[in-house]
Write a protein that binds this ligand. Structure first.
Ligand SMILES: NC(=O)c1ccc[n+]([C@@H]2O[C@H](COP(=O)([O-])OP(=O)(O)OC[C@H]3O[C@@H](n4cnc5c(N)ncnc54)[C@H](OP(=O)(O)O)[C@@H]3O)[C@@H](O)[C@H]2O)c1
Length: 405
């Protein structure tokens, strides 16, 4: 079947190219095009002159589209002109809804970097059925949240099925050593979510639900609350504590399972932890992490503390880690799976700072995968694993993110 969007002016519109992460995405796409990638792309944002400055700074000349995220007409126009929108305009709960609505209605593919579970829930409820009808693939969480978690789980599960003809029944993901930084946009998204949850009880209940993103979030499964304690893990012989992004990633992995018609099984269990090392140092790190994360969350519940942190301590929107931090950064994710008498492991090793250098590559390759790879065209509000599946793995490897079984 021919793609009904193939006649549009652009393959890809990058929305938010003037932001910290958007600019890294623009640089990566420009680099891919210089290496011979055929892509009709444009940059969009609310300020033409700022977009022109980005273009001259990175040495690329592509059409510029001026569009405001808060204007529904402007978002409709954007979605009509392109086969796919890659957006880094966040906080998404503040700026993202009109664009998702427009893409779902126009059958335009879409990917973003949100980690805002309550907003994803709202987008699923409002647009999943429309996107299914129009064929639009709306794919949230195409960055460090939640590609390693989601693709790592799918890759390990399928590897064991292929090589042993067995099914894993549980996978634990240990986020290992990493080096990187944080941007003002990420902080703004986190603070906005904390502000809402401090006054909205139903939101707190939703965020605590391990199946918050499943088609029916009221349907229970075998997984309980995210682990929050310091624990020595006999499996890997290391100390562990809570992983800061588990409350997002685990929901995405569970939604993938449901959207893939329970490919991993209805009793499949998924857990995410931070591993902190061996011996006394590992224990001290796990204890500091657990106490630090707990205190930070309590602090963020307080509106005065939030505004003080935002004004005085944390980076502002548009700011982020230095070039050196981005280039010298890295991350390691280890997956251990069990089931049917088999134990199997997968390690994902990524070059560059996970939240920005690696994330810019992950979302760019996700977009290219949706545009260029032979995937089943099944619309809806999807996840990386259910939309792109293992087709994304060789693309990630090419971008410096290795999968080692
Ligand atoms: N999941 C992950 O792994 C991951 C990693 C990195 C970032 N993120 C998320 O990505 C998002 C962006 O982060 P960032 O640090 O790049 O943020 P940022 O530097 O603050 O960039 C925000 C972008 O949004 C644009 N924007 C704001 N309001 C707009 C409007 N009304 N219309 C059009 N454009 C508008 C800004 O344009 P101007 O330049 O004109 O202000 C800018 O281009 C955040 O939500 C962050 O949480 C997620």
């Amino acid at each position: 079947m021919t793609d009904p969007t193939s006649q549009r002016s652009y393959d890809l519109v990058l929305f938010g190219a003037t932001g910290f992460t958007g600019r890294l995405v623009a640089e990566y796409l420009a680099e891919r095009c210089r290496d011979g990638l055929a892509l009709r792309w444009a940059m969009a944002g609310r300020d033409r002159s700022k977009l022109q400055s980005v273009q001259s700074a990175i040495g690329v000349e592509v059409p510029i589209l001026v569009a405001d995220a808060m204007d529904e007409g402007s978002m409709r126009l954007l979605a009509e002109q392109t086969r796919l929108v890659l957006t880094t305009v966040g906080p998404y709960a503040k700026y993202g809804s009109a664009l998702v609505a427009a893409c779902a209605a126009q059958g335009t593919d879409y990917c973003d970097l949100t980690g805002e579970v309550h907003w994803m829930r709202a987008m699923i409820d409002a647009h999943h059925e429309t996107a299914r009808r129009t064929g639009a693939r709306i794919v949230h969480t195409c960055g460090y949240d939640s590609i390693p978690s989601d693709l790592g789980t799918l890759a390990l599960f399928d590897h064991v099925e292929r090589t042993h003809n067995k099914k894993l029944t549980r996978i634990t993901h240990y986020a290992g050593e990493s080096k990187g930084g944080v941007s003002g946009g990420t902080i703004a998204s986190m603070l906005a979510m904390m502000e809402l949850s401090s006054v909205d009880r139903s939101l707190r209940k939703l965020l605590a639900n391990p199946y918050a993103l499943n088609p029916d979030p009221a349907e229970k499964g075998p997984d309980g609350p995210d682990p929050m304690a310091v624990r020595f893990d006999d499996e890997i012989g290391l100390w562990t504590g809570p992983f800061v992004m588990a409350a997002v990633n685990s929901r995405v992995v569970r939604r993938s399972n449901a959207l893939l018609e329970f490919h991993y099984g209805k009793d499949f269990r998924y857990t995410e932890l931070q591993s902190t090392g061996r011996g006394a140092t590992g224990l001290a790190r796990a204890s500091a992490l657990t106490a630090g994360l707990g205190s930070f969350m309590v602090l963020l519940q307080n509106s005065k503390a939030r505004s003080l942190l935002a004004k005085r301590v944390l980076p502002k929107p548009g700011e982020g880690p230095s070039r050196t931090t981005i280039e010298q950064g890295f991350f390691t994710s280890r997956f251990v799976g069990h089931g049917d008498g088999v134990t199997a492991t997968l390690t994902i090793r990524g070059k560059r700072d996970p939240g920005y250098g690696a994330t810019a590559r992950m979302i760019s390759e996700s977009a290219l995968c949706l545009l260029q790879d032979d995937l089943p065209r099944k619309g809806g509000v999807l996840t990386p694993a259910s939309a792109m599946g293992l087709a994304l793995v060789p693309r990630l490897e090419r971008a410096g993110i290795r999968f080692e079984f």
